[in-house]
Design a protein around this ligand. Structure first.
Ligand SMILES: *Cc1c(COP(=O)(O)O)cnc(C)c1O
Length: 369
């Protein structure tokens, strides 16, 4: 039984008629840039996340970059973030000229350890870029409190958490700006690159809106050096179809996570926490084990995909390691050695989950090694 990490072909088959109809309408309209689907999608996301503004952009990395710029992050500033994330979080900080300051992750999860943030704050600190990694909400109560007390901006990287909430309020709607990626394999995925910034702040919304379209808010009048970072109409048309199903997709992911946990508990594998203060979306179901590589080989031999997110923490990446050679972030470094993400997508079946779990359990010996 071949099991992929995500099954985008299967999802397209299920949505084929709706998506093809919407795409055909875009082709017939010939409105390809900043057309009605982009506007409608932005309104729908703003409603869904209960925020005033949603500004579509070309990618998740652009969403982070433009949000940081709109928060006036400049060269010489410091932005606190996690080393255990996709590099896009950190690249966006580097684009502004600010310095990423890494704070280690929590022992029992994969998000920034809020108890270590305050000792990393200096007079140059301007913002925290927090990530809701794998669709598990970070500790937003503590993050908001720290930002309020120290006058810092909070930028939420929600690239993996569309639809996840913390205390009944959507991730992305807590801080100054929330940034989504709609990369094809994300839990809300386009058929190309796409992203979005959400905010309740009039100034941030206005600046992101201007920056994404060549620094122009009025045709051929340019008030700043901006970017070409527009979401295109065809991607918006596809995303509008998928948005109708996102709650079902996310509920299916949570259900699969529960099945994995039921089947794998009792083994010596560390499973993701399910007792969070909010509703996760399980963009990934990520376990930890010292026998990670052995488990991975067994899965591979059984034609089951798995993935290591992420094998190298950011402070040890070739591009950053020179600037951070004196720091050690042991929890992240250890996580990089132990993590394994299992197949996770809404269309996964019980038989597939059973097969993944049986294969894992057979690969670890009963003494727990
Ligand atoms: C995917 C991702 C990004 C980058 O998004 P792109 O759309 O690929 O630019 C940033 N941060 C995290 C946590 C991601 O998973």
């Amino acid at each position: 039984m071949k099991i992929p990490m995500v099954d985008l072909k299967r999802q397209y088959q299920d949505l084929r008629n709706e998506i093809n109809t919407e795409l055909q309408a875009v082709l017939d309209s010939a409105a390809f840039i900043l057309g009605p689907c982009v506007t409608a999608f932005a309104e729908e996301v703003a409603d869904y996340c209960k925020v005033k503004y949603a500004i579509p952009v070309a990618s998740g990395t652009d969403a982070l970059h433009l949000a940081l710029r709109a928060c006036e992050i400049r060269p010489g500033d410091e932005v606190i973030t996690t080393p255990f994330t996709f590099i896009g979080t950190c690249e966006a900080i580097s684009y502004t000229g600010a310095k990423p300051v890494f704070v280690d992750i929590e022992e029992d999860g994969f998000n920034i350890d809020v108890s270590q943030i305050e000792s990393a704050i200096t007079p140059r600190t301007r913002a925290i870029a927090a990530v809701h990694l794998f669709g598990q909400p970070a500790n937003l109560d503590a993050l908001m409190d720290i930002c309020n007390r120290h006058g810092l901006k909070l930028i939420e990287d929600c690239a993996q958490s569309f639809g996840a909430s913390y205390q009944d309020k959507m991730t992305g709607s807590w801080g100054d700006a929330g940034c989504f990626s709609f990369y094809p394999s994300k839990n809300l995925g386009a058929y190309g690159d796409a992203g979005m910034v959400i905010t309740n702040d009039d100034t941030i919304a206005g600046t992101v809106n201007t920056l994404r379209n060549h620094g122009s808010s009025k045709a051929y009048t340019h008030s700043m050096i901006g970017y070409n970072s527009r979401l295109d109409e065809m991607q918006a048309a596809i995303l509008r179809v998928k948005l109708r199903y996102i709650d079902d997709f996310n509920a299916a992911r949570r259900n699969h996570a529960q099945q994995y946990t039921t089947r794998l508990s009792g083994s010596n594998i560390t499973l993701p926490r399910l007792d969070l203060e909010g509703t996760p979306v399980f963009h990934q179901y990520t376990v930890r084990s010292d026998s990670r590589d052995r488990i991975r080989e067994a899965l591979q031999a059984a034609d089951i995909a798995s993935a290591v997110f992420y094998p190298i923490p950011l402070h040890q990446q070739p591009v950053y390691q020179n600037d951070y050679k004196d720091i050690s972030l042991p929890v992240s470094e250890n996580a990089a050695r132990q993590v394994l993400s299992l197949p996770m997508y809404p269309e996964l079946t019980q038989a597939q989950i059973d097969h993944v779990c049986d294969t894992i359990l057979a690969s670890i010996d009963p003494s727990g090694n």
